[in-house]
Design a protein around this ligand. Structure first.
Ligand SMILES: Nc1ncnc2c1ncn2[C@@H]1O[C@H](COP(=O)(O)OP(=O)(O)OP(=O)(O)O)[C@@H](O)[C@H]1O
Ligand SMILES: [Mg+2]
Length: 248
């Protein structure tokens, strides 16, 4: 197994954002992680990527215990994650932002630049490469966030709503990009509210609710699971839940 997360919990005081989560990822997998707002998906990613220490549980990456390892160690071992709110250096150019990621495995400036340029080409950012990050709109920002992580040379990429906020046309391009990334040998776990992304890209889905995995299976089966429908629609049938839920 590439990643094994066993009984992972993250508590904030009395509150159990992640209660007892298990996830195994084999090399080459594309796994979806869905669930309503506040279910604990991003917090679980924080635990997996070393951005926070879990309260309990064990996380093994390629057999190595990384439960309490630093973000740097996670990145060096090959766990890359995008942030729901992109972690961009606003006053740096797109190329410089991607170079920050590239330095992980290309310590020399010229090497890092050459590697970053390849990533920029692959992610469709070529025409923006010399603009400052702050000038990018949503689609560019989402691409840059993916490019920055891709440049670190991950074996496993955790995408946290990396395709949110795109127009239908931009979404199709982003799906193509994610597929291409997978074809280069990167294993993926994808948190996404857009069911089209989950249905198109993933072979297995885990459903999070209140810090627990409440269902897992093939995407077409999971969306029909009454527990899953209840998790999305059960809380007062809110407009947002309907819009972002599995039936959307
Ligand atoms: N640092 C923190 N301190 C206290 N509570 C937190 C902290 N981080 C997250 N939470 C809470 O943990 C719960 C899970 O949040 P999380 O961001 O993981 O949900 P999510 O599934 O990613 O939701 P969304 O789909 O809206 O992104 C939420 O109730 C959130 O308010
Ligand atoms: Mg989140």
């Amino acid at each position: 197994m590439l990643l094994e997360a066993k009984n992972v919990a993250k508590h904030f005081g009395e509150f159990r954002a992640v209660a007892d989560a298990n996830l195994t990822v084999a090399e080459g997998d594309v796994i979806g992680l869905i669930g309503p707002n506040g279910a604990g998906k991003s917090t679980f990613f924080n635990c997996l990527a070393g951005d926070t220490e879990p309260t309990a549980g064990t996380i093994l990456f390629d057999g190595q215990d990384v439960t309490n390892a630093s973000t740097e160690t996670h990145a060096r071992l090959g766990i890359g994650r995008t942030f729901q709110v992109p972690a961009t250096f606003e006053d740096m150019t797109i190329l410089e932002n991607v170079m920050v990621g590239a330095f992980m495995r290309h310590p020399g400036r010229a090497d890092a630049r050459a590697h970053a340029e390849k990533i920029i080409e692959m992610t469709g950012l070529r025409e923006h490469a010399h603009l400052r990050a702050r000038s990018l709109g949503t689609p560019g920002r989402k691409r840059l966030e993916i490019a920055r992580v891709l440049a670190t040379g991950p074996r496993l990429m955790l995408l946290d709503e990396a395709l949110a906020g795109l127009t239908p046309g931009e979404l199709q391009q982003a799906i193509t990009l994610v597929r291409r990334i997978h074809e280069t040998g990167v294993t993926l776990v994808i948190v996404e509210h857009i069911m089209e992304v989950i249905m198109t890209l993933t072979a297995r889905v885990l459903v999070f609710n209140q810090g627990h995995v409440i269902a897992s299976g093939k995407p077409q089966d999971v969306v029909k699971d009454p527990l899953v429908i209840e998790a999305y629609l059960g809380h007062g049938h809110g407009k947002r839940a309907r819009k972002r839920g599995p039936a959307a």
